[in-house]
Design a protein around this ligand. Sequence first.
Ligand SMILES: Cc1cc2ncn([C@H]3O[C@H](COP(=O)(O)O)[C@@H](O)[C@H]3O)c2cc1C
Ligand SMILES: O=C(O)c1cccnc1
Length: 353
Amino acid sequence: MSETKQLLDRTVAAIRPLDAEAVDAAQARLDSLTKPPGSLGKLEDIAKQTAGITGEIGADLSKRAVVVMAGDHGVCAEGVSAFPSEVTPQMVLNFLAGGAAVNVLARQAGADVVCVDVGVATAIEHPSLVQRKVRPGTDNIAQGPAMSREEALEAIAVGIETAVELAAQGYGMLATGEMGIGNTTPSAALCAAMTAMTAEQAVGLGTGIDATRRRHKVDVVERALAVNAPNADDPLDALAKVGGLEIAALTGVILGAAAHRLPVVVDGFISSAAALVASRIAPASVPYMIGSHLSQEQGHGQLLKAIGLSPMIHLDMRLGEGTGAVLGFHIVDAAQRLVREMATFESAGVSKG
Ligand SMILES: Cc1cc2ncn([C@H]3O[C@H](COP(=O)(O)O)[C@@H](O)[C@H]3O)c2cc1C
Ligand SMILES: O=C(O)c1cccnc1
């Protein structure tokens, strides 16, 4: 067995269920606070979930990072995006210079941005870029597989190792982000390959294509499925045949975070495609995932449901990069502070119903 497969198997085996005692203790604490039971809604769910993940009520999750995985897509040759592939390395340099939307939101949320080249088509030189290129872009999924199964495993390994390193550096919470022109196409193909969604339901406007180009994108996804015949019951097969390098790496980040008991906030459509693959490789990873926002990309709602996640915020965003996930950090912070700082009925002398 390859080393990358062994790493994946070890990682999956290390994912434990949430700490049920900590979840119960968080529930008891929430019920003791000065509010009607359950009245903080999803914030209470998040406080319980983070307690189950960390084993602690209201854990300090202030050291956090968004991992932006970057990769290119051979399927761009089919004209599926409103932008050219050159934008991928250009945006990577923008992330490294601190000028992208995700950088601004990360600064506001006190998060570090970790940018990894796992598969950009051209070489990028920058001292802060994590150089982990598995190959320079995928092949065109409309004509054959995106990559080999071993390359998909290598990209997953990059993600696992990134999460492991961040856990070792003391990061308490991660978010997923990505950059890769064309990547809503393989994401839609993964939805159609692995869930009940049709290509028609899974394909959206991405960076802003028109209805005619969207029709063509649906055809491209249908062709990718016909040419590659991905096995719906083998997530690695689907990932290798119709996925992408940054998507595979994010699958690894999520599995690595779960294995190290770190909450991982999942961004929009592309990150959720990675989360779908993670959920099929290791169903036990799902309780470590926190859904962030509902993307405008049309398949996102159904995709989140297929994983078992629900979005915290609805801001009509459709950017990716990790922007929605980083905004989600603020909501997680709110949940943690409430469970830590609110007075109890007893301490405040408030009568219980
Ligand atoms: C300037 C710019 C910045 C971005 N940041 C994220 N994306 C987003 O758009 C791409 C996916 O859409 P499609 O599949 O239509 O190409 C990904 O790179 C995603 O991260 C961007 C796209 C552009 C153009
Ligand atoms: O939801 C996303 O992640 C998304 C949607 C459109 C374009 N880029 C990213």
